[in-house]
Design a protein around this ligand. Structure first.
Ligand code: ZN
Length: 110
């Protein structure tokens, strides 16, 4: 076990925004990895944190329903996530094999 997740060593990362979670996950054991524990470009870390905090802004958590324009907003959020992953892959070797898991709130709540 290492300090980031349940695996012997963390080899594959997944980028996924979720409600009040870090956007970085271990793709093998699905542990949510504290972004502060990862050696990463400060600016990129900031962008990722902001991006993750915007997850679900197209969803009304109180009334359990989608907000107006939810599909477009979710698509834009996913597109931004893909771009951030690309930046990560290009600048951080350990993220070269990382995958992206898009938000699917609008698919669950139709
Ligand atoms: Zn793991």
């Amino acid at each position: 076990m290492n300090e980031l997740c349940m695996c012997e060593t963390t080899t594959v990362y997944r980028l996924e925004a979720d409600y009040e979670a870090s956007p970085i996950w271990c793709a093998d054991c699905s542990c949510n990895i504290e972004i502060e524990a990862i050696l990463m470009d400060k600016q990129l870390k900031q962008l990722l944190t902001e991006w993750a905090s915007e997850y679900g802004e197209w969803f009304d958590w109180v009334n359990d329903q989608l907000k107006a324009g939810a599909a477009e907003r979710e698509a834009a959020h996913n597109k931004q996530g893909e771009q951030l992953l690309k930046q990560l892959q290009e600048t951080h070797p350990m993220f070269q094999t990382a995958t992206f898991s898009p938000a699917t709130l609008t698919k669950v709540y139709i």
